[in-house]
Design a protein around this ligand. Structure first.
Ligand code: ZN
Length: 397
């Protein structure tokens, strides 16, 4: 090893506005299989090892570095240049401030990515955008009680924060509640028996111009017809995930010859789909579903926003589509971008939604999950909801 320490360090300016001065202290010349260790005042170590073929830039990212209190970040700057950075435990705030000031983006935590696999990364919850991973995230609203129209899940004390990504416009709720537990209490009770039937009757009898579902059926049929799927094709297999009261499939199966399947985790909803709407019904958690057949068309109406990790569901959905030719999906989500112009108290941002999308974030998440968006639009529904929909094609996994 050769050590060349500069008596007078060379100083130079870097950073967005040239406000950072760096001092070059010298160089170390390592032979293959030699290593040096950098230490800080807390005794945290970081080694660089020279090999015959190059360098180990870091010790094991998910083992040795973690034990010494470092997280490994893959970062991209505004010019698209990539960097690997090591962040000391407890200095995350400082790190995110730096990223923001320098207009950098956290692409991922490499140690978590390595441990969990691509789609399961929980990148610094609330600090970065769950869709584009930008660290330019701002809190736009804080709720210490539920908005007047939100379902009462008897949450006490109530606290959640609504954040907005300044890069892609995605909005997302941050809180510590277990959303699954809301449903076990509230929904199961409210949808049981007669009440469900009455609600269903009321919705299907809405006049054409007042019904979100009838408008949706028209939209979906037009999109599928443009893609070459005819109404009278009895071979067309359709799956609706999170079918709920099954109003959508009820209407769709009345107007077409398609084989419709409703999927809902609630057994009462599934029974209702089978008995009243006369469609095939499956009671299961969609992430557990392993069908024998493939579906030409899968719909996901106001479901994606209920998943903390929506990419996982989009990936799972691809396993339902035909392998040899593209299948189609139709996805509706709350339009956070337009709803935000009115009020953060609106239903698009209610606590049961982890996400409210922007035009850009919906496009990005579809592309990232391997779909080709064929149409993406925003609508104001007859009920007043702000909604984004995406019609997309993808081959099955
Ligand atoms: Zn974003």
């Amino acid at each position: 090893m050769k050590l060349n320490i500069k008596e007078t360090p060379r100083s130079f300016k870097v950073g967005m506005d040239g406000s950072i001065t760096l001092h070059d202290m010298g160089s170390i010349d390592l032979a293959p299989d030699e290593q040096v260790t950098f230490v800080n005042e807390n005794g945290q170590e970081y080694d660089v090892c020279r090999k015959a073929w190059g360098y180990y830039a870091t010790p094991s990212i998910n083992d040795r570095l973690r034990r010494f209190g470092y997280k490994t970040a893959l970062v991209k700057n505004a010019k698209g240049q990539g960097f690997i950075m090591l962040v000391e435990d407890g200095k995350e705030e400082l790190f995110f401030e730096y990223l923001k000031e320098e207009d950098n983006i956290l692409v991922s935590w490499l140690d978590e990515e390595f441990e969990l696999g691509r789609s399961e990364i929980e990148v610094a919850k609330g600090k970065v955008c769950p869709v584009c991973k930008s660290s330019a995230v701002e809190e736009v609203a804080v709720f210490d009680k539920k908005p007047d129209d939100e379902n009462d899940f008897a949450i006490d004390p109530y606290h959640r924060s609504l954040k907005c990504c300044q890069s892609c416009g995605h909005l997302f709720n941050i809180h510590d509640y277990d959303v699954e537990s809301f449903y076990s209490g509230h929904y199961a009770q409210s949808v049981y028996s007669d009440e469900m039937q009455a609600k269903f009757e009321k919705i299907i009898n809405l006049p054409e111009d007042k019904s979100d579902n009838k408008a949706r059926v028209q939209r979906v049929q037009a999109l599928l017809t443009d893609s070459g799927i005819q109404r009278d094709n009895e071979e067309t297999k359709v799956l609706d995930i999170g079918s709920g009261l099954c109003v959508f499939l009820h209407e769709l199966s009345r107007q077409t010859s398609w084989q419709c399947t409703a999927l809902d985790p609630d057994k009462n909803q599934a029974a209702h789909a089978r008995d009243v709407c006369k469609v095939e019904a499956v009671t299961t958690d969609v992430m557990e579903y392993a069908p024998q057949k493939r579906y030409d068309f899968v719909s996901l109406n106001k479901v994606l926003e209920h998943f903390e990790y929506p990419e996982k569901l989009l990936e799972k959905m691809r396993s339902f589509l035909p392998k040899d030719e593209p299948g189609y999906v139709y996805i509706e989500v709350p339009d956070g971008e337009y709803a935000a112009r009115e009020s953060y108290e609106r239903e698009e941002f209610f606590i049961e939604h982890f996400h409210a999308f922007s035009f850009k974030s919906l496009f990005m998440i579809m592309m990232k999950s391997g779909y080709e968006p064929l149409q993406l639009s925003r609508i104001r529904e007859p009920s007043g909801k702000y909604t984004l929909y995406c019609f997309a094609a993808a081959k099955g996994l």
